[in-house]
Design a binder for this molecule. Structure first.
Ligand SMILES: [Zn+2]
Length: 343
């Protein structure tokens, strides 16, 4: 097939069949003419959704009748589009100018520096108000799957032991004012990370077998740890951590409604980054309230810290920074719970 110079070979998709047909596109000075065999269609160039000239690859334009045009030869497409009077938009021209790229990279750096120096915690707190809770749930589910694939194994705890822990937690929760306890779901897992617990943004609380073994017969100790994790959930600390770590990506997400980069980063951030001291203090304070309402002394958490201190230091303990166990300044927290127990 010979093609006139001003004709562009394209693949035409009519929007009904999944298969494209070879066609030729030309511009008669006013309208685009699409010829596929004997079939000829005409389009006003303004009614097309033209592809942006951002990178190499197949150019795809959407037709007003629901069809689409594909062109594998990006350079030929761009030249054709130029002949049709389709100059690049300002954004595309800017993206292809190195001066603009440099300037926007610098502006982004300055913005990042400013956010980290002055505004990230405040910005994250503000963003938390506008981020829908459905995103918390979406992120939590993905994170558990990731952790299961990498560092968690199925629990070896006997079902009746799990059931006793669930029952103790349910009893403590039942004693709370209505609506004060966030949605949650307890999951047991075995892991090399030692005695640990973590709360994922969707309300999943993971308790390791080693922590259950550490608690022994001390049911209140476990309830204390779970109360602390419920505190993290109630204050949405997991999401706040993600927002702080990904402040800029999140702002972009809010603008374009695309949170994929945040979702992709979530397992790493939640698995390895730690909560701030402030977040731990908030969760500790929440746990005291919850324990009090359930008639359990905050000394339960003092016993937890003491038992942790008696253990051999474990290399894995620092892996999950989100967990209650990996934070320094335990002495301060022990003092806090002792004090709370006396009031
Ligand atoms: Zn914690």
């Amino acid at each position: 097939m010979t093609v006139a110079v001003d004709e562009l070979p394209v693949e035409h998709f009519d929007g009904r069949s999944a298969r494209g047909t070879l066609a030729r596109l030309r511009f008669d000075g006013r309208q685009l003419v699409l010829c596929a065999g004997a079939d000829e269609r005409r389009y006003d160039p303004h009614t097309l959704r033209w592809p942006e000239r951002t990178r190499h690859g197949v150019r795809m334009a959407e037709l007003p009748d629901g069809g689409a045009l594909h062109c594998a030869d990006a350079a030929a497409w761009d030249a054709f589009a130029q002949r049709c009077g389709r100059g690049d938009s300002l954004v595309v021209r800017a993206q292809q100018s190195w001066r603009w790229v440099l300037a926007s990279a610098l502006a982004t750096l300055v913005l990042l520096a400013a956010l980290y120096a002055w505004g990230v915690p405040a910005a994250a707190q503000a963003a938390l108000q506008v981020v829908p809770p459905s995103l918390d749930r979406q992120i939590g589910a993905g994170v558990l799957a990731q952790l299961d694939a990498e560092i968690l194994q199925p629990t070896q705890l006997p079902p009746e032991r799990q059931q006793r822990i669930r029952a103790a937690l349910a009893q403590a929760v039942a004693a709370q004012p209505a609506g004060s306890v966030p949605e949650h779901r307890l999951e047991f897992r075995r892991s090399k990370i030692g005695p640990n617990a973590l709360a994922l943004p969707d309300g999943t609380i993971v308790l390791t077998d080693a922590l259950v073994e550490l608690a022994g017969d001390d049911a209140d100790l476990l309830t204390g740890v779970l109360a602390h994790e419920l505190g993290h959930l109630r204050r949405r600390h997991g999401m706040r951590l993600l927002l702080q770590a990904g402040a800029v990506g999140l702002l972009a997400g809010l603008v374009v409604g695309d949170f994929n980069s945040l979702l992709a980063a979530a397992p790493v951030l939640l698995g390895q980054a730690g909560y701030s001291r402030d977040a731990e203090r908030e969760a500790d304070a929440e746990s005291v309230q919850l324990l009090r309402a359930a008639g359990i002394s905050p000394l339960a958490l003092v016993r937890f810290f003491e038992k942790m201190a008696q253990r051999e230091p474990s290399a894995g303990a620092a892996l999950l920074g989100i967990a209650i166990a990996s934070h320094p300044a335990d002495a301060e927290r022990i003092a806090f719970f002792r004090d709370a127990a006396q009031r």
